[in-house]
Design a protein around this ligand. Structure first.
Ligand SMILES: Nc1ncnc2c1ncn2[C@@H]1O[C@H](COP(=O)(O)OP(=O)(O)OP(=O)(O)O)[C@@H](O)[C@H]1O
Ligand SMILES: [Mg+2]
Length: 323
């Protein structure tokens, strides 16, 4: 499928600060890219450059084949953008604001009214349509921002922390909406919620200090975890030392980590030496030893651990990890 977004070697400096330092990405139709990174990593700055809100120090972006620098209007017609903080005109009501955005986006006539109604329904804005935006709660302000971003049904959506400040129900609905829109669009969302990457994204990018440190699928990201394919078991506490010794001596197992003690029972976790599955090996050894095990389960891996490892390890400039 074709690339709807092409980002080539983007740089942005603010004085002596290199906020974005050589980011390149291609995003195809049907993809949802999750942009992760610590505070100040350069996520919002990169998104601002992709949408043409600010210009890069060097590098270029093209959206649906239009260069954002040299053909900004053609590119921006294709983009829906929810900026950081979801700014809007506070004195307007959501109804007036969406009407104004629809005019700017060139929607008119009956189509305009029908589209506004459809979006208001999708984002559950019906109850606040005639209240001034400045008096709305944080979550509703964000919803208004999301509504204006999708109003013209753009092919490219750039959403800076779309679920920030939403209640759990609304988070769920917005994720479902993103998944529903995804097949026909290229979408970039930034988020600090790692599970969100699993829930809505087809690819994940991790950025720190302005550099792209990881680009791959959520599953590849999870596979980086030391706990990926680890097996946790619950054994009698009196057998824990013997189980640890037996399993710890197997070639496929890196080591055994003790977990919680639950009365007379103890949890242990066997880590895979290579990251490959070890369930059968662990199961076989427990049965051979005739230990009264329970709760044998495979660990998927911890995204927060991978995130910490990737973003805190120093790397040479320009080094990107592709899975
Ligand atoms: N207009 C500006 N002038 C000076 N510095 C800026 C400007 N905009 C951003 N920066 C700096 O660039 C760096 C990257 O900021 P950016 O907002 O892109 O981070 P972020 O990854 O979106 O962080 P967060 O997770 O907190 O939203 C930060 O150090 C920030 O202070
Ligand atoms: Mg940001």
């Amino acid at each position: 499928m074709e690339n709807l977004i092409e980002v080539r070697d983007l740089h942005k400096s603010f004085g002596s600060l290199h906020a974005v330092n050589g980011v390149s990405l291609n995003i195809r139709r049907g993809e949802v890219l999750g942009f992760l990174g610590p505070n100040g990593a350069g996520k919002s700055t990169t998104m601002k450059m992709i949408t043409g809100f600010i210009g890069p120090s060097s590098g270029s972006v093209s959206v649906c084949g239009h260069d954002v620098g040299t053909a900004p209007l053609a590119a921006k017609e294709k983009i829906g953008y929810l900026p950081e903080g979801a700014p809007a005109y506070g004195e307007m009501t959501p109804s007036q604001f969406l009407d104004f955005i629809a005019d700017i986006r060139g929607l008119g006539g009956a189509g305009k009214t029908a589209r506004i109604r459809e979006v208001v329904e999708k984002i559950n804005l019906g109850g606040v349509l005639n209240q001034s935006i400045e008096t709305l709660s944080k979550g509703f302000k964000r919803r208004v921002g999301l509504a204006q971003a999708i109003l013209h049904d753009p092919e490219v959506l750039i959403l800076d922390e779309p679920t920030d400040g939403l209640d759990p129900n609304q988070k769920h609905e917005v994720r479902a909406l993103i998944r529903e829109m995804a097949p026909n669009k290229a979408i970039i969302i930034s988020t600090h919620i790692l599970e969100e990457v699993d829930a809505v994204c087809t690819r994940a990018a991790i950025i720190a200090r302005g550099q792209l440190l990881f680009l791959g699928t959520p599953a590849e990201l999870q596979a980086r975890s030391a706990r990926h394919n680890a097996v946790t078991m619950n054994v009698p506490a009196s057998d824990a030392a013997a189980v640890t010794e037996r399993l710890g001596g197997l070639p496929d197992i890196l080591r055994i980590e003790p977990g919680e003690t639950l009365g007379a029972r103890q949890r242990l976790t066997a880590l895979s030496r290579t990251g490959n599955p070890i369930f059968d090996v662990v199961h076989g050894a427990l049965r051979a030893g005739d230990w009264a095990f329970s709760e044998l389960f495979v660990e998927p891996g911890h995204l927060d651990e991978v995130f910490r490892t990737i973003t805190t390890v120093a790397r040479a400039p320009g080094e990107v990890t592709h899975s």
